[in-house]
Design a protein around this ligand. Structure first.
Ligand code: ZN
Length: 536
């Protein structure tokens, strides 16, 4: 029997990582991630899997991020009964993240169904619930870094630090082929690869010499400035000082895992060195507080910097807030505090209440510290809009909006190339995944310069299957399950901005024009012009 890899996600796009490996001893999944971003892609979360979950014998999970782990509760609900192998850190993070994701799915569907009911449309069911997520946690089994683990009949796996987030791994597979000349096949799934010199993680590492590599491409074609700890903290110090001097609060919308801990770590380092005043810092996010506790249990002691105490994330002036009532009290603080709250793109969570109470104040500052997807509240603030709607109310944006791009979980273009070069020699093929089209193309174009033959490079599309152990190179094989997206939906160029996004942008522009109009007559004229276009 041939060994095949089917690309069930993160193929031609970034999210939904999931690879089905069929081998002589069974079937396993590497990752089972949720699709995020454009609506065409997100709808895949509601449909069926391109395989029967009850036929999968194991899941091997690279890391806790929802775009790699988020469909595990659905997989279990739909019949998967096997073990899920992940590092202990990943499991502890998911004990909070998956139930949180379940609660988000339930809330989203409740909102959608209220709208459907008003339009006399049938209701939809949540992708999974908090309870589904809690039940799936029983199937997790911890695996250590750097040691072989039996992962099926004739198959073993090793996990290597990928330098991306706490517990994040690249996964090496060694598969018995039953062939006398080449008894084993070696594959390496990169997971997400972190940058060298990341604040709280050791640099990525794995052995070399594989039949096939499956490599993420998020930052293909893009370079980031390489800043040391001192330089990075210098930029943060400048913005924090400026915000405190203005007299208002500094709001930082932050992602619960890793970004929050990096920010807390740097803020406390600066305060301990006397470079920033010890103002109140509120970490107002139950999920981020839980994630920080996982960091405290598992972080490499060598990375703790000047902190000698039990935690590099705590100090007398830092308050961890989980209680809703206390969160409300913080939202009454008018100035001089640093408030870190989720979500990172401001589209959910407690940051929205804090934004509502601070955005209209000229002395307040909002610091964006990560990627803001199109259509999110964070991206509107980034674009400099003058007013936003939060919880149904219009709020003027008078606060100063700042952005820093120094905290990244991903290696850039050269970081990815360095990682691949260190994994050579490569016997067969390299698959490029987990990237937008331009990033995939840029990375593919750069690989020949490090000694990879162009014929070895494959950029798979969603739901394509490749045989990886016959002849020299991997080659595509027919699959009995048809692809989930039709040919015209397979154009990744359409995924970033499908018509739903176009519509949202148009509605926003229209609203803006109506607000800017000087009289109701002008507004009426604009609307009747639009109406004539529609009726043509
Ligand atoms: Zn990730």
């Amino acid at each position: 029997m041939t060994v095949t890899v089917k690309f069930c996600g993160a193929a031609g796009t970034v999210t939904g990582s999931s690879y089905l490996v069929q081998h002589p001893g069974g079937r396993l999944l590497v990752d089972c991630g949720m699709f995020q971003g454009a609506k065409t892609i997100r709808e895949l979360n509601y449909g069926g899997f391109p395989f029967d979950p009850s036929h999968i014998d194991r899941v091997l999970l690279t890391h806790a991020h929802i775009d790699h782990s988020g469909l595990i509760p659905k997989l279990c609900r739909n019949g998967f009964r096997g073990p899920i192998l992940a590092t202990r850190e990943t499991i502890e993070l998911l004990e909070w993240m998956l139930p949180d994701s379940g609660a988000i799915q339930e809330a989203e569907v409740a909102r959608l169904n209220r709208r459907n009911a008003r339009r006399s449309r049938a209701g939809v069911e949540a992708i999974y619930t908090r309870l589904d997520a809690e039940q799936s946690l029983h199937q997790f089994r911890p695996v250590p870094f750097g040691e072989w683990t039996e992962a099926g009949t004739g198959l073993r796996a090793r996990y290597w630090n990928s330098g991306h987030i706490l517990g994040g791994a690249s996964i090496e597979l060694e598969i018995a082929t039953g062939r006398p000349r080449r008894p084993t096949l070696r594959l390496l799934f990169s997971g997400d690869i972190g940058p060298v010199g990341k604040p709280l993680q050791n640099d990525p590492h794995a052995p070399s010499g594989y039949d096939c590599l499956i490599v993420e491409s998020t930052y293909g074609g893009r370079e980031r400035p390489v800043l040391g700890d001192e330089e990075r903290r210098g930029v943060l110090r400048g913005i924090v000082r400026e915000s405190l001097e203005a007299g208002g609060n500094l709001l930082i919308p932050a992602f619960a895992v890793e970004r929050t801990q990096e920010l807390l770590f740097d803020l406390l380092e600066l305060m301990a060195a006397g470079e920033l005043p010890r103002v109140h810092v509120f970490l107002d996010s139950p999920l981020a507080v839980r994630a920080t506790e996982v960091f405290e249990r598992h972080m490499d002691p060598a990375l703790r910097g000047r902190h000698s105490g039990p935690s590099p994330f705590r100090a007398a002036n830092v308050r961890f807030v989980t209680d809703q009532e206390e969160s409300y009290q913080i939202s009454q603080v008018r100035g001089g505090a640093i408030i870190i709250a989720g979500s990172g793109m401001c589209d959910a969570g407690r940051i929205r209440t804090h934004l509502k109470n601070n955005l209209w104040r000229e002395k307040a500052t909002v610091l964006l510290v990560g990627y803001q997807a199109p259509g999110t509240l964070g991206s509107l603030l980034e674009q400099g809009v003058k007013a936003v709607r939060i919880h149904g109310d219009e709020v003027a944006v008078n606060a100063r909006i700042r952005k820093i791009d120094l905290y990244s979980g991903h290696a850039d273009h050269h970081g990815l190339l360095d990682w691949v070069r260190e994994r050579l020699p490569l016997r067969r093929s390299i698959f490029l995944t987990h990237g937008e089209e331009a990033s995939l193309a840029a990375l593919a174009a750069a690989l020949p310069a490090i000694g990879i033959d162009p014929a070895q490079i494959v950029v798979p599309r969603l739901d394509e299957t490749y045989a990886v152990d016959r002849g020299g190179l991997a080659h595509r094989v027919r699959d009995s399950v048809p692809p989930r997206l039709a040919a015209d939906q397979m154009d990744p160029a359409l995924w970033g901005r499908d018509w739903h996004n176009e519509y949202a942008a148009l509605a926003l522009d229209l609203q803006h024009r109506l607000q800017q109009a000087t009289s109701d007559r002008e507004r009426a004229r604009l609307l009747s012009r639009l109406r004539r276009q529609l009726d043509r």
